[in-house]
Design a binder for this molecule. Structure first.
Ligand SMILES: Nc1nc2c(c(=O)[nH]1)N[C@H]1C(S)=C(S)[C@@H](COP(=O)(O)OP(=O)(O)OC[C@H]3O[C@@H](n4cnc5c(=O)[nH]c(N)nc54)[C@H](O)[C@@H]3O)O[C@H]1N2
Ligand SMILES: Nc1nc2c(c(=O)[nH]1)N[C@H]1C(S)=C(S)[C@@H](COP(=O)(O)OP(=O)(O)OC[C@H]3O[C@@H](n4cnc5c(=O)[nH]c(N)nc54)[C@H](O)[C@@H]3O)O[C@H]1N2
Ligand SMILES: [Mo]
Length: 826
C-alpha cells in the first residue's frame, strides 16, 4: 500500500462497558456454556481475555481459572455461533489427554491393518519422545528424506507462531528434509489453470473493492459460492466485514443470483434468486449463455480483440464448427436442468447490466474442474466488463473477505519452515524436498504405488516410497476422498505419528498420538482478514494446557533437541521473544507507512485488537483496471500478455483431459450418467456450523444433526420415491462405500442431487472385518471418487460422484467417534 496517507491506528475501545461486546443473550443459550454461566458470579474471580481463531476475534470470560463463556471481541454483523464454544473445545470429552501409543505398535507387532481398531496405551512424554525420535532417526538413516511424508495438509489453528504444519516442516528441515506436497484441496484445479489463463493464481488475490461494488454493480452472480457460510472463518482470522458488505448490497435492493444445486444459506439469507443447476454442469451452462451472446451479437468483440488471445478457436467450438454440436441454450438445458429460456435470459441480463460473476470453488472440486473457472473467465471476457468498476469476475469474494479494502498498516512476521541463516548443505535438502513433492490429492495413490510416474502441469512426478507419516494439524481421514481406498493406502507406511488436540478419525488411525494444545492454551498473534489485513489480534493464553497437552512448538523443539539440533529449531528464543519479533516486523512496516503502532508491551497489556484503516485509493481499487487502461504497458503474466482463452502452453501438453481452450468433457459420474444402481448425484458443500471437521464435537452439532447423524439433503420427490420422510435415518451408498445419514427432505436442492457436508467425522462400524465398513456418522468422503481433476492440476474431485439412497430399517448403531477410544493397560 502507498505511504502518503497519514493514518493513525485506531484502537477502538471495544471492550469498554459491556463484557467485550459479547452478545450476552446468545451466549447464555449455548448448551454447555449456558450451564457454566450460571455459576455464582460473586464467588468467581472473573476476567476477560482477548484471543482469536479462524472464526474471528474472541473475548473469553475466565472464572476461577475456568472458561465460562466466549463470544466476539468485535461485534459481528450476524451471529457467528462458532465463536461461542471455546469452553467446549477446551474441556471436550474428545480431547487427547496423554501421549498414546497403539498397543500392537508398542509391542512390535508389524501388522498395520490393526490401525483404527487396536487398543491404546498411555505412555509418559519421555517414552513418547524416545519412540518418535528413535523412529525418525531409523527411517531417516535407512531411507533418507524420501521415506518421510510430512505434507500434513490442514486447517490447524490461527497464529503466527504456533502454526503446527510450519513447525513440523521446520523440524523436518533442521533434521534433514521430507516429502511434501503441491497445491491444496481448496482450489486444486483453479490455482493451476488460472496462471495459464491470467498469469496469476487468482483465487487467493484481492478483488475489486466492495465500496466500488456497492456503487457500480447492478447484478451479483454467486456462481457456486455460499459466502454466508464460507466467510464465517478466514485463514488468519476473519475480519467479519465481507458479510457486512453483502448485507449492504442486499439493502440497496439490487439483484443477486445464486447458481447452485442447493438453495444455500446465502441464497436464503439474501433473498436471492436461485437458479438450480445439476452438479458439475456449469461449463455447459456457461457455454449456453456464451452461445446466446454470440447469436444475439451481445458479446464484446472489441474487448475480445484487444485483451484476449485465441477467442476465434474457442468460438468455432462454441458454435459447433469443430464437433458439429452447437453449444446453444437448448443443448445446455438438457444437461444442466436449467430451462433454455432462463439461460437465454441470463445472457441478455448479464450483457445489459454491470455484472460481477463471483465464482466459488465447489464447481472446480470435480473432474475437469479446471474448465469451470477457465470458462467463467471466458464468459466474463465475452461480456467485456473485466477491469471496469463493479464488472467482470472475482474468485475470492466468498473467501476470507475478499474485496474488503486493503488497509495501510503493518503485517506481522511469522515462524518459517526454514530456520534463519540456514546451515551448510541446507540448500541441497531443500531442493530435494521440493523435488520429492507430489500433488496432495494423490495421497492414497502415492502411498499405494511408490515409483509410479504421473503427469502434472506439463511435468512428470514420481511417487516416493513412504515409510513414515507425520501429520500435525489436519484431518485426512475426513478430508480425503474415497476413505476405503485410503484405509488400505494408510496401511503401507511402517509408522504414523499424529499431533492432535482431539481423537479425530485421523488420530485414531495413527500409531503414536501426541496431545496438542488448542490455541487457547498458548500465547500468539494473528492478523485478520487475509486481504484486508485489517487487524492485529493478540491471542492470549486463556488457560493453562489441559491434561498433559503440549504445544506443537514445544513438541518439535524437544524432538529437535533429541536430534541434536535444538538451537537451529528454537534459535534460542522463547515464546514471547518470537511474538515480540513478529510484532516488531509489523511495527517497522507500519512506521514506513506512517502508521504508528503502540509498543509491543503496551499492545499486549491492553488486551485489545489493533485496527488499521484503508485509504481512499484502496476503497476505489478495481481489479484489472490497469490492464484495461493500457494492456501494453501493464500486460498479464501470460505468454501473450493477454487473457488466454486459448493457451498454446496447455495445448502443447497434449492432455486428453485438458485441452487448449475451455471444453465440456462429460465427467464419469453426474446427473447425465445416472444409473439404476447409482441414480443420484452427490455434492459435498462446506458446513455452516463447522470449519471442516473442527467443532463437530461441540454442542453446535445439535443444531444440524438428524438422529445424531450428519444430515443428507434430499429433494422431496426423490425422498417420496424412496418412502423417505424428514428425520429418517438413511443409508447413502455406491460402489465405493456406505454411510448412515439423517434425511432432510426439502425443495431447496435440485431434484436428482443429494448433499452431505464435508467434514463429518468418519466413524466406521466394522473396520478390520468388513470390506466396506459402514460409516455410522455420515462422512461423505466414504462415497467420493479419489481421482485427479485432470493431468494438468491433479486436484481433488469429490463433487463428481453418484450414489443411491435408501431408508435404513433396523437398529442404527450408535455414533461413537466423539468418545475416547478403547484403551489398554501398559
Ligand atoms: N468431499 C469433500 N471433501 C473435502 C472438501 C469438499 O469440498 N468436499 N473440501 C476440502 C477442503 S477445501 C479442505 S481445505 C479440506 C480440509 O481438511 P482439514 O484442513 O484437514 O480439516 P480440519 O477439520 O480443519 O482439520 C484440522 C485439524 O487440525 C487440528 N488442530 C487444530 N489446531 C491444532 C494445533 O494447534 N495443533 C495440532 N496438532 N492440531 C490442531 C484440528 O483438531 C483438526 O483435526 O477438506 C477437503 N475435503
Ligand atoms: N463455515 C465454514 N466456512 C468455510 C469452510 C468451512 O468448512 N466452514 N471452509 C473454508 C475453506 S478451506 C474453503 S476452501 C472454502 C470453500 O469455499 P467453496 O469451495 O466455494 O465452498 P463449497 O461449499 O464447496 O461450494 C460453494 C457452493 O458451491 C455449490 N456447488 C458445489 N458444486 C457445484 C457445482 O457443480 N455447480 C454449482 N453451480 N455449484 C456447486 C455448493 O452447493 C455450495 O453452495 O470455504 C472456507 N470457509
Ligand atoms: Mo479449503
Amino acid at each position: 500500500m502507498k505511504t502518503q496517507d497519514k493514518i493513525n491506528v485506531k484502537r477502538r475501545d471495544f471492550l469498554k462497558n459491556s463484557s467485550l461486546g459479547i452478545a450476552g443473550a446468545s451466549l447464555a443459550s449455548t448448551g454447555v456454556v449456558g450451564s457454566l454461566v450460571s455459576m455464582p458470579a460473586q464467588a468467581a474471580e472473573s476476567s476477560t481475555v482477548v484471543t482469536a481463531a479462524h472464526w474471528g476475534p474472541l473475548g473469553v470470560v475466565v472464572e476461577n481459572g475456568k472458561v465460562v463463556k466466549s463470544g466476539p471481541a468485535i461485534p459481528a454483523p450476524i451471529e457467528n455461533e462458532l465463536q461461542s464454544v471455546v469452553a467446549e473445545q477446551l474441556y471436550s470429552e474428545t480431547r487427547v489427554k496423554y501421549p498414546m501409543v497403539r498397543k500392537g505398535y508398542l509391542e512390535g507387532n508389524k501388522d498395520t491393518t490393526l490401525r483404527g481398531h487396536d487398543e491404546w496405551v498411555q505412555v509418559s512424554w519421555d517414552k513418547a519422545f524416545e519412540l518418535v525420535a528413535g523412529e525418525m532417526k531409523r527411517v531417516r538413516e535407512a531411507n533418507g528424506p524420501s521415506g518421510i511424508f510430512a505434507g500434513s495438509y490442514g486447517w490447524y489453528s490461527s497464529g503466527a507462531l504456533h502454526a503446527c504444519r510450519t513447525l513440523l516442516h521446520r523440524y523436518m528441515n533442521v533434521t534433514g528434509g521430507f516429502v511434501g506436497t503441491k497445491g491444496d484441496y481448496s482450489t486444486g484445479a483453479a490455482q493451476v489453470i488460472m496462471p495459464h489463463v491470467l498469469g496469476t493464481i487468482e483465487v487467493y488475490e484481492q478483488q475489486t473493492s466492495w465500496e466500488t461494488i456497492l456503487e457500480t454493480t447492478d447484478t451479483i452472480v454467486l456462481w457456486s459460492a455460499n459466502p454466508l457460510t464460507t466467510m464465517r472463518i478466514a485463514w488468519t482470522s476473519t475480519d467479519q466485514k465481507g458479510i457486512e458488505y453483502f448485507k449492504k448490497f442486499k439493502e440497496t435492493g439490487k439483484r443477486i443470483i445464486c447458481i447452485d444445486p442447493v438453495r444455500s444459506e446465502t441464497c436464503e439469507y439474501l433473498g436471492a434468486e436461485w437458479v438450480p443447476v445439476n452438479t458439475a454442469t456449469d461449463v455447459p451452462l456457461m457455454l449456453g449463455i456464451a452461445h446466446t451472446l454470440v447469436t444475439e451479437k451481445k458479446h464484446d468483440v472489441e474487448f475480445l480483440k484487444k485483451y484476449t488471445k485465441g477467442y476465434e478457436k474457442f468460438e468455432e467450438y462454441l458454435l459447433g464448427k469443430t464437433d458439429k454440436q452447437p453449444k446453444d441454450a437448448d443443448w445446455a438445458a438438457k444437461i444442466t436442468g436449467v430451462p433454455a429460456e432462463t439461460i437465454k435470459k441470463l445472457a441478455l441480463d448479464f450483457s445489459s447490466k454491470r455484472t460481477m460473476l463471483m465464482g466459488g470453488w465447489g464447481m472446480q472440486r470435480q473432474r475437469h474442474g479446471e474448465q469451470s473457472h477457465w470458462m467463467l473467465v471466458t464468459l466474463a471476457a465475452m461480456l467485456g466488463q473485466i477491469g471496469l468498476p463493479g464488472g467482470g469476475f472475482g474468485l475470492s469474494y466468498h473467501y476470507s473477505n475478499g474485496g474488503v479494502p486493503t488497509t495501510t498498516g503493518g503485517i506481522l512476521g511469522s515462524i518459517s519452515a526454514t530456520p534463519a541463516g540456514g546451515e551448510a548443505g541446507a540448500k541441497t535438502w531443500l531442493d530435494e524436498t521440493s523435488k520429492l513433492s507430489f500433488p496432495l490429492a494423490r495421497l492414497s495413490e502415492a502411498l499405494l504405488n511408490p515409483g509410479k510416474k504421473i503427469q502434472y502441469n506439463g511435468t512428470e512426478v514420481t511417487y516416493p516410497d513412504i515409510k513414515l507419516i507425520y501429520w500435525a494439524g489436519g484431518n485426512p481421514f475426513v478430508h480425503h476422498q474415497d476413505t476405503n481406498t485410503m484405509v488400505k493406502a494408510w496401511q503401507k507406511p511402517e509408522t504414523i505419528i499424529v499431533n492432535e488436540v482431539n481423537w479425530t478419525p485421523t488420530a485414531r488411525m495413527a500409531d503414536i498420538v501426541l496431545p496438542a494444545t488448542t490455541s487457547y492454551e498458548r500465547n500468539d498473534l494473528t492478523m485478520s482478514g487475509d486481504y484486508s489485513m485489517m487487524n492485529i489480534f493478540p491471542m492470549k493464553k486463556v488457560v493453562e494446557p489441559q491434561f498433559e497437552a503440549k504445544s506443537d512448538y514445544d513438541i518439535f523443539a524437544e524432538l529437535a533437541k533429541r536430534a541434536g539440533v535444538e538451537k537451529e529449531f528454537t534459535e534460542g528464543k522463547s515464546e514471547m521473544d518470537w511474538l515480540k519479533g513478529f510484532y516488531q516486523t509489523a511495527f517497522d512496516a507500519a512506521r514506513k507507512n506512517r502508521v504508528i503502532m503502540p509498543k509491543f508491551e503496551k499492545f499486549w497489556e491492553d488486551n485489545k485488537p489493533l485496527t488499521f484503516e484503508a485509504n481512499e485509493k484502496a476503497k476505489k481499487w478495481v481489479r484489472y483496471e490497469e490492464f484495461r487502461n493500457d494492456p501494453l504497458l501493464n500486460p498479464l503474466g501470460t505468454p501473450s500478455g493477454k487473457i488466454e482463452i486459448f493457451s498454446d502452453v496447455v495445448a502443447k501438453m497434449n492432455y486428453d483431459d485438458c485441452k487448449g481452450h475451455p471444453t465440456w468433457m462429460e465427467p464419469e459420474e453426474y446427473a447425465g450418467k445416472a444409473t439404476e444402481a447409482e441414480p443420484l448425484a452427490l455434492v459435498t458443500p462446506h458446513p455452516y456450523y463447522r470449519l471442516h471437521s473442527q467443532l463437530a464435537h461441540t454442542s453446535l452439532r445439535q443444531k444440524y444433526a438428524v438422529k445424531d447423524r450428519e444430515p443428507v439433503l434430499i429433494h422431496k420427490d426423490d425422498a417420496q420415491a424412496r418412502g423417505i420422510v424428514n428425520g429418517d435415518i438413511v443409508c447413502v451408498f455406491n460402489k465405493r462405500g456406505q454411510i448412515l445419514a439423517g434425511a432432510v427432505v426439502t425443495d431447496g436442492i435440485i431434484k436428482g442431487t443429494v448433499a452431505v457436508h464435508e467434514g463429518a467425522w468418519y466413524d466406521p462400524l466394522d473396520l478390520g472385518t468388513a470390506e466396506k465398513p459402514l460409516c455410522k456418522n455420515g462422512c461423505p468422503n466414504v462415497l467420493t471418487r479419489d481421482e485427479g481433476t485432470s493431468k494438468l492440476a491433479q486436484g481433488n474431485s469429490p463433487n463428481t460422484c453418484n450414489v443411491q439412497v435408501e431408508k435404513f430399517t433396523g437398529e442404527a448403531p450408535e455414533v461413537t467417534v466423539f468418545k475416547q477410544p478403547k484403551t489398554a493397560k501398559a
